[in-house]
Write a protein that binds this ligand. Structure first.
Ligand code: ASP
Length: 403
């Protein structure tokens, strides 16, 4: 009986979105009340999101690297996989940036006191590179400097792999803490309906229907990029490796539908294994490549982060420089590595991409209400990327054996 009354988180968020639109429209004559009394609860939710981003990045990247500890045994697979994952993710975020830039004239500039913004001082490209490297272990965590946290995670993760069995307890510790922080993230994400309502209501009260129309536009832009990346980029990669895209998509269909409705790469993993093996991946390759991909390879998430960053910048009336675009490609590629394969995780990591180019994290409020719709598409792209990699790596290994 109790179960029956329970609405899924997705439905709760959707209801919160509708309520925020209705209440926001009703409060258009009194937007100050919405800003003063509703927005603070949204800020609490955002604070919690910001709080969890650092630990999640640190531990999920370390856990991802540590899971490569058999790299000697599967050296060839590991090298090809990581290269494929990094290249396709960088292409994905570039597609997102290009298409969103083409469409940005259709995005609104918001005149709102609930979303204020002060332009940061411009930084030199070399500063950006120098600042990736931390000079201290605590600062990156206390100042939530994500790029530096990622460098720390890479260094510590590789040290753990190199030390191997000697530090077996450290491997377990990393995995346990990763689970703990994932749980905390799960608890925070449960508050998303309240967060969505409290963040969106003041925005709608101040901006009215303009923002609703622009959400449809941003969703359309994201979905155009998702479809383009899936159909063109993966098909090209498959064709280059003499695999049939038609056969691939035919066999993958059940996994694609499951990913779309569950919005979880990790949840789709068992079905993805079965489908990609039918599509031509070997058991040995897919059992290594797919779990790794569900942790570190998120092309759909990278597209979403690129598109949303341009959208949010446009809403604040900001033109991003080429240097900032390059920073976005770099951070979104790394952010997607740090994104957990669970619903809503990509939105948490969007905070990191925004911070890296000096955009206010509050901008997430603009897209949070429809995050589930973004998420369904990006998860579908994410698992397709993993499966295409498994099929291609299998083919290449078979080619090498045959030589
Ligand atoms: N839900 C996505 C996935 O599981 C992650 C994200 O939120 O971007 O792949």
């Amino acid at each position: 009986m109790k179960e029956k009354c329970k609405l899924s988180l997705a439905s709760q968020i959707f209801i919160a979105l509708i309520l925020a639109i209705v209440v926001g429209l009703c409060m258009q004559k009194v937007p100050d009340i919405a800003s003063e009394y509703i927005k603070p609860f949204g800020t609490i939710f955002l604070n919690l999101v910001k709080f969890i981003v650092g630990p999640i990045v640190l531990f999920s990247i370390m856990a991802g690297i540590v899971s490569l500890r058999d790299i000697k045994k599967v050296g060839a697979i590991g090298g090809m996989t990581v290269l494929y994952y990094l290249c396709t993710t960088a292409i994905a975020v570039t597609i997102g940036l290009v298409v969103a830039n083409l469409a940005k004239d259709f995005f609104p500039v918001l005149a709102t006191s609930s979303l204020t913004y002060a332009a940061p001082k411009g930084s030199q490209p070399m500063d950006v590179i120098v600042n990736i490297f931390p000079s201290n272990f605590i600062n990156p965590l206390s100042s939530a400097n994500m790029l530096q946290i990622i460098v720390m995670a890479l260094l510590v993760g590789f040290a753990i792999i190199l030390l191997g069995e000697k530090v077996k307890s450290a491997i377990d510790t990393v995995n346990r803490w990763n689970e703990i922080f994932m749980k905390v993230m799960d608890m925070i994400l449960r508050l998303s309906p309240i967060g969505v309502f409290c963040l969106l209501t003041p925005v709608i009260a101040i901006n009215g229907t303009m923002i609703i129309g622009s959400l449809a536009k941003i969703l359309l832009v994201a979905y155009i990029c998702y479809v383009f990346h899936t159909v063109v980029v993966y098909s090209a990669a498959l064709l280059l490796n003499k695999c049939s895209p038609r056969q691939f998509f035919k066999e993958m269909f059940p996994a694609l539908v499951f990913a779309f409705s569950s919005a979880s790469s990790v949840g789709t993993l068992p079905l993805n294994m079965a489908c990609s093996q039918k599509a031509g991946a070997s058991k040995e390759v897919s059992s290594f490549v797919l779990p790794l991909g569900a942790t570190i390879n998120m092309d759909g998430t990278a597209i979403y982060q690129g598109v949303c960053t341009i959208f949010i910048a446009a809403c604040y009336g900001i033109d991003l420089s080429i240097g900032q675009m390059i920073t976005i490609v770099l951070t979104a590629t790394l952010a997607s590595i740090g994104t957990a394969g669970v619903p809503g995780a990509g939105m948490v990591m969007l905070a990191m991409v925004l911070t890296s180019v000096g955009l206010p994290v509050d901008g997430i409020a603009l897209v949070a209400g429809v995050d589930r719709i973004f998420d369904m598409g990006r998860t579908t792209v994410n698992i397709t990327g993993d499966a295409s990699c498994a099929v291609i790596v299998t083919k290449r290994l078979a080619g090498k054996k045959g030589e």
